[in-house]
Design a protein around this ligand. Sequence first.
Ligand SMILES: [Cu+2]
Length: 164
Amino acid sequence: MHKLFTGLCVALLSIQSLAMDKGHHKSHHHRSNSFVTVEVEGLVLSNFRARASIGQMKNSGAYGEIRSNTNDRLIQASSSVAAVVELHEHINDNGIIRMRKVEGGLALEANQSIIMKPGGYHIMLISLHKPLKAGDTMDLSLKFGSGKLIKLSIPVVSVKKMHH
Ligand SMILES: [Cu+2]
């Protein structure tokens, strides 16, 4: 009888700690608000996400931060979700904000983050094969001048959540 009681106690305890673990994970994940962070080959890629497409629009954008421990250059991005993927920047052309392709890619100075965000540098997804919906994930490959090729799986988020 005594033995049985102890066994039950242990079982209850482990269920409880399991539940606590789960709860902790959830709240932690919720709090961090960073979408994807990958550390690989001397590169830190963080906060990568793509914007859900709007209505019938065939274009969208992907964003994130890149830090390299050596001088490097992001020369190309690609994804299976769009026919064309380009590195873009916004420029002020006599008071009119336009997007244009970044010729030669984005230079990365050692240990300095470059941030791609709405209104700034971004990865332009052109001619989407199908709409990008919030909650989806998409593949994104980043090719660097150093020869590094990094493949990410990034979340698609609604416009509202874009700026986090
Ligand atoms: Cu663009």
